[in-house]
Write a protein that binds this ligand. Structure first.
Ligand code: ATP
Length: 234
């Protein structure tokens, strides 16, 4: 379980996250929605140690993440799929996937892990020798997800997986998130596409200029008048 308590994060004089608290229980999909600049990415970056917190606490399965280096956080079972995917463009699809397994002490299951990822993403299998930089945006998103899965995560943090993708590809990516969830992986999903994010989540939080302003059952939020007006264009 992930637990964030009263987290504050600043960039110099800018307070990006102002006292947020949230939990993600084992097996849940929780969405964090909000407009540009609300602090969603900052929250994910603080969880995985890329940005330091000013105060507050973050624990994952009882481990204090604020005092754990990023490379160690991966070994605790948490994988971060960043905004913009950040695949290694000059490496092949397969090499990118192998990079995802670097944190595993026992690499003997590498082929099995590759087969599992290729089973989930047949398109990556077809293209396994292609340079990652030449993949389409949707394929790069699949690769970023596949690379994260190579580290055997129990929880994944996803930042704007729908960004820049066609509606059809967004549907495909979200159906894969649901399949990962069905396999028991816990998901914290950051999205501007509130409709998709709420439709697959169990629970959700709304972040506005660094503060959580609403939270609850995702289905309730999907039908909430304020959320519909502000985030669903209703
Ligand atoms: P988006 O959906 O546009 O990615 P977001 O909700 O993820 O937005 P953040 O990227 O977390 O928002 O940004 C929150 C605030 O912190 C913004 O005001 C942003 O300008 C600021 N910020 C983010 N990164 C930095 C940085 N490295 N230096 C200074 N300010 C930053």
């Amino acid at each position: 379980m992930l637990k964030i308590d009263n987290l504050n994060v600043s960039y110099g004089a800018i307070d990006a996250v102002k006292g947020i608290s949230l939990t993600v229980n084992d097996g849940e999909i929780v969405s964090l929605i909000g407009a540009n600049g609300a602090g969603k990415t900052t929250t994910l970056h603080t969880i995985t140690g890329l940005v330091p917190a000013k105060s507050g606490s973050i624990t994952f399965d009882g481990h204090d993440l604020l005092n754990t280096p990023s490379n160690k956080i991966v070994t605790l079972g948490m994988a971060h799929i960043p905004e913009g995917r950040h695949v290694f463009t000059r490496m092949s699809v397969q090499e990118n996937l192998e990079m995802g397994a670097y944190s595993l002490k026992d690499q003997s299951g590498l082929q099995k892990d590759l087969d599992r990822v290729f089973g989930l993403f047949p398109r990556l299998k077809e293209r396994r020798h292609q340079l990652a930089g030449t993949l389409s945006g949707g394929e790069q998103q699949m690769l970023a997800m596949g690379r994260a899965l190579m580290s055997h995560p129990t929880m994944i943090l996803m930042d704007e997986p729908s960004m820049g993708l066609s509606p059809l590809m967004v549907k495909e990516i979200f159906s894969i998130i649901t399949r990962l969830h069905d396999q028991g992986i816990t998901v914290l999903l950051v999205e501007q596409n509130a409709k998709m994010a709420l439709s697959i989540a169990d629970r959700a939080y709304v972040l506005e200029t660094g503060r959580i302003t609403m939270q609850g059952d995702a289905d309730d939020l999907l039908h909430d008048e304020k959320v519909r007006k502000a985030y669903l264009g209703a």
